[in-house]
Unconditional design. Structure first.
Length: 220
């Protein structure tokens, strides 16, 4: 069980504050661990280097995780699943960026594919356990929402979860699990500008409630 003093669910997380989130790791079967978002590779040499690299590893492109040094080692033996209820994305509409909330049609939890690593700071001996979320090409829905880069998190279906955590499977086989989600399992709606506010409390159900923009702003 996760200590409730260390973690409480929230309606909103942003990567840059480096939040600590529940993660299911291949090296710790049957356990849910708290890891910080922003992967620090085990070969990182200093805390300054760690603080720099983790701001660049919130996401990992599925197409290159087996060749990029930051991710290739973790792909072999440190794979993980990040369970979430939904995620946010912004649609470019002229000069505007409209926020959307994306979730499963059946309301179930999503299993996002990720990688993790454990780094020890040599001067203090402190261990940093961190993760990254893998992205893949967008499906039709996400191509219309995330219409700038056309990417989406790599979602694992129920049949793929155990395979993803099975480190006896080689990198080539597990990479085949990383594909755009089926177009019939996700729903999305626009949400209010509250999600963009840095001063408001975004840990509220209001942040994911449907919000209607001018139809001329929407691209579909």
């Amino acid at each position: 069980m996760i200590d409730s003093d260390k973690y409480r669910p929230s309606y909103y997380y942003h990567a840059y504050p480096l939040p600590e989130l529940p993660v299911i790791c291949s090296g710790y079967p049957g356990k849910i661990k708290l890891l910080k978002w922003g992967l620090i590779p085990s070969w990182t040499r200093s805390i300054d280097a760690a603080n720099e690299i983790r701001l660049k590893t919130f996401n990992a492109r599925s197409e290159s995780i087996d060749t990029k040094p930051s991710f290739s080692s973790s792909l072999k033996s440190k794979r993980c699943i990040i369970p979430v209820r939904g995620f946010y994305e912004w649609q470019h509409a002229g000069k505007d960026k409209l926020p959307w909330y994306i979730f499963r049609v059946d309301g179930d939890i999503m299993s996002l594919a990720g990688l993790y690593d454990e780094w020890i700071e040599s001067n203090t001996g402190e261990q940093y356990s961190t993760f990254t979320i893998i992205t893949t090409e967008a499906n039709i829905l996400m191509s219309e929402i995330h219409n700038s880069k056309k990417r989406m998190p790599a979602l694992l279906d129920k049949d793929s979860e155990s395979a993803w955590l099975n480190v006896s499977l080689d990198s080539a086989d597990v990479k085949k699990l990383l594909k755009p989600a089926s177009d019939d399992i996700l729903k999305a709606h626009t949400i209010s500008p509250l999600v963009n506010s840095r001063t408001a409390d975004r840990n509220t159900p209001d942040v994911i409630k449907p919000y209607n923009y001018n139809q001329q702003q929407l691209l579909f």
